[in-house]
Design a protein around this ligand. Structure first.
Ligand code: NAP
Length: 476
């Protein structure tokens, strides 16, 4: 079995303790990864201090070159990385390949953004006190950025943090999910091969509740960028003192279908929206509101499509999705479905569990307090809800603790703008599912879906701060 070391203070290190990594589909132990001790963590912070001093003074073009090089190396290793992602996360291989291609592009976005970190010149004498002054500001890196990442996109969500942090001139202490650490280890190898200063990144592996305590309690760390569940996000925010914190959390993303012009395309997009990665996507399509005119036909067609989906071994090309990350997660979802059924919900299709696999599932006759509606299901399940009035449905959608992406199918411009105006979410996607994302857009949520925005240009803003320069008493 393969054993992996951690990258601390410029070197790869073993440990007295190892974490086992399992293939979620087969249940097999596939690797052992060195677990970081408290001493390793303290060394990592010291190393990041050195790395920051080095990286902040690298010219922007050099930081851009490093990121371009990582992108190129990753592109050459697309298949190797895809296999690692599938092996440790259970993601269907075609989606793992897609994730690698997105990460390749995402690195390029950060490389380009490194050259466009924005400043501004102000009009000084807009204020009486500013006469004969000059004012401008630039953005400066924050220092040490701790990046904590989840299991569901073990490559691209790590790139969303490391790449903009480096582009802005920071150093990074990375703590990936201990369920999927191998992808991060391989990615760090590429950053080093591409010429990143050795101390500019450190990789700490360990259980979140332990390492999380070390990170939040360390005053040398300037910012925590976290992607994961709302409960952990809240804990981090409440325990981080004066650190800057950005939170990319979960959702129960809504799709409103007010008009259908292309049935086949819509059904295919809904299958992807609900089932991609077994629904383990933060913007997975969970609540589908359908204009009553279309409800019965939509239910019939989506049910038929769900029954055809290939579920199984994630290494097979034809498979759409395989197991969830663990049997524990599948048991949780099964329990939520049973509870809903007991309270009057109708399971239209699916609902059964086989070890860590949940069948593609559609549910109707929902009550607002059912967990499968009000909480984030994070599995291959969607609820169908008929509606009559467009304006009212926007209020129903907003009656949620979350607000990440929302999708609306309509060809009426007024409805599109009404939705944009009223929906409490980070983005409104007209004529596609809420699961739509490209990596350079400003991405993030409101309410319990988090705060702050990712997408390299926007993450760089979060990971830097304004410093103002004032020239006073000029003879102009
Ligand atoms: P999670 O359980 O919250 O874990 C995320 C990361 O936080 C892991 O590295 C975990 O470490 C660590 N962690 C756990 N407890 C911690 C603590 N007390 N302090 C600091 N770190 C701690 O989430 P997950 O199950 O991996 O991912 C699923 C969640 O992520 C869903 O809610 C999903 O919606 C959300 N998500 C959001 C986005 C977005 O961009 N908005 C994207 C993807 C996923 P260990 O696992 O190693 O213990």
């Amino acid at each position: 079995m393969e054993e992996f070391q951690i990258y601390i203070s410029g070197e790869w290190k073993s440990s007295d303790h190892y974490i086992s990594v399992f293939n979620p589909y087969t249940g097999e132990e596939i690797a052992r990864v060195a677990e970081s001790s408290r001493k390793d963590f303290d060394l990592a912070v010291k190393s990041c201090e050195l790395g920051f001093k080095k990286n902040r003074y690298l010219p922007a073009f050099q930081r851009a070159e490093i990121l371009h090089k990582v992108s190129e190396l990753l592109s050459q290793k697309e298949e190797e990385f895809a296999q690692v992602i599938t092996n440790e996360s259970g993601k269907a291989i075609k989606y793992s390949r897609g994730e690698v291609r997105r990460a390749v592009e995402n690195l390029q976005f950060s490389a380009e953004a490194a050259k466009h970190v924005k400043g501004k010149v102000l009009v000084p004498d807009a204020a009486k006190g500013g006469i004969k002054h000059k004012l401008f500001y630039e953005r400066f890196p924050l220092g040490i950025i701790a990046a904590i990442t989840p299991f569901n996109f073990p490559l691209n969500l790590v790139v969303h943090k490391i790449a903009p942090a480096i582009a802005a001139g920071n150093s990074v202490l990375l703590k990936p999910s201990s369920l999927t650490p191998i992808t991060s280890i391989k990615l760090i190898e590429l950053f080093l091969e591409a010429g990143l200063p050795p101390h500019a990144v450190n990789l700490v592996i360990g259980r979140g509740d332990i390492v999380g305590d070390w990170i939040t309690g360390n005053e040398k760390i300037n910012m925590i960028t976290f992607t994961g569940s709302p409960s952990v996000g809240k804990w981090i925010k409440n325990n981080s003192g004066m650190k800057k914190v950005s939170l990319e959390l979960g959702a129960n993303s809504p799709l409103i279908i007010d008009e259908i012009r292309d049935w086949d395309k819509l059904i295919s997009r809904c299958v992807t929206g609900v089932l991609a990665n077994g629904g383990q996507v933060c913007i997975s399509t969970q609540r589908i509101y359908i204009n009553t005119t279309y409800y019965d036909e939509f239910k019939k067609r989506l049910t038929a499509a769900f029954k055809k989906v290939n579920v199984g071994n994630p290494t097979e090309e034809k498979v759409e999705y395989s197991s969830l990350i663990s049997e524990k997660e599948a048991v949780r979802i099964e329990a939520w479905l049973k509870e809903a059924e007991k309270n009057g919900a109708n399971i239209i299709t699916g609902g059964k569990r086989f070890k860590s696999i949940i069948e593609p599932t559609l549910v109707e006759d929902i009550k607002p307090d059912m967990k499968i509606y009000s909480s984030e299901i994070f599995g291959p399940v969607a609820v169908l809800i008929p509606y009559d009035n467009f304006s009212d449905v926007l209020d129903r959608v907003n009656n949620s603790q979350f607000g990440l992406n929302a999708g609306v199918y309509t060809s009426e411009i007024n409805k599109a703008f009404l939705a944009y105006e009223k929906l409490e979410s980070g983005a409104v996607i007209i004529n596609d599912i809420p699961t739509w994302r490209v990596d350079h857009m400003p991405y993030g949520g409101v309410k319990n879906s988090g705060s702050g925005r990712e997408g390299p240009e926007f993450a760089i803003e979060e990971m830097s701060e304004i410093k103002l320069m004032v020239f006073a008493d000029l003879d102009t």
